[in-house]
Each structure stands twice: as C-alpha cells, then as structure tokens.
Design a protein around this ligand. Structure first.
Ligand SMILES: [Mg+2]
Length: 173
C-alpha cells in the first residue's frame, strides 16, 4: 500500500454522524462496545463553552444505562476539562496531545475495558479519528458543534474538508 493510502485509511472513521445524538448506541452495544472515549470541544460542548446542556446529561445517563462507560479525552487545559468532567461525573484525561497514543492509552486504562470494546467519538479527523485508528479502536466522527474555535483548528478544518472528500464519507441519518 502506498504511504498516502495508508495515511488516508488511518483517517477514515468507522461511522460518521451529524452529532453525538444521532449515534446508534444500540448498534454499538451489538458490536460489543462497552467503553467510549469522547472528545470534549465541539463534540460534547461548543468550543470554550462551559454550559452543560441538560440534553448532554441525558445522553450520558442513557449511555450509562446501556452499561457503557465513558471517559473524556481532550486536548484542552485541565481546569476546563475537570470542570466539565465533574458536572458530568465522568473520568477525564486533559492536555491529551491527540493524536499521540499515550493519552488514549491512559483513557483506555481509566475505562478499564478491553480496547477491542472501545469506540472513540470526536469531531476531528487528524486528532480523534487518526489517534483512535492508530490504536485499532472503533472510530466515530461527528460534525463540529460550532464554527468558533482556535485559528489553528480553522486551518486544520480546511485540510479536513479535502480529506473528507477524499474519504467519500457518507453521513448516517
Ligand atoms: Mg474536538
């Protein structure tokens, strides 16, 4: 396989949904998923927002009811991540430097679930999906909640746009 193809393959999510609320949780259960590593910014919350909407709490509660454990994995600073993880009562790993493997491994350990039963959810191909695929985890891409974000992230979005075309991603309803 050519290097380019190998890299493209590592950025290909297993599933692609508009938002976390569209994810077919029943299907994940049927696939044997017992643990979720979930990105924070623009996946659970709009970037830099601190308000935790009731809808997120309900979604997390529903996941827990299904017997699935959740760990937040974020590149954001500890002070912000801790605040949200306290509100949602979830373990978290901050300043993760995704797509580096190390923090993913920490999150896997916190979940205490076998890695072939873990899915990663995130809004970025080059951090969440690439990082998860490197460790052979199931990967789920969602569209970012808001457009407002770091300038560098905006640049990455441009690259992502081309990648999404290349991957011919089809969003599930
Ligand atoms: Mg994100």
């Amino acid at each position: 396989m050519e290097l380019k193809d190998a890299i493209i393959d590592l950025c290909r999510p297993d599933f692609y949904y508009k938002s976390i609320y569209d994810i077919n949780l029943q299907q994940l259960k049927e696939l044997g998923i017992n643990g979720l590593i979930c990105d924070l910014d623009n996946t659970l919350l709009a970037w830099n927002h601190h308000q935790v909407e009731p809808q997120i709490k309900e979604w997390i509660a529903h996941i827990k009811e299904l017997g699935i454990s959740v760990c937040i994995l974020s590149n954001s600073l500890q002070v912000r991540v801790d605040k949200i993880s306290n509100i949602l009562q979830l373990p978290a790993v901050s300043q993760a430097l995704k797509p580096r493997k190390r923090a993913f491994k920490t999150a896997i350990n916190k979940l205490n679930v076998n890695s072939n039963r873990i899915a990663v959810i995130g809004d970025q191909l080059f951090t969440d999906v690439f990082g998860g695929n490197r460790l052979d985890l199931l990967t789920i891409l969602v569209d970012p909640i808001a457009d407002k974000e770091f300038v560098t992230t905006k640049l990455i979005r441009l690259l992502e746009k081309n990648f999404k075309k290349e991957l011919e991603l089809i969003q599930k309803e």
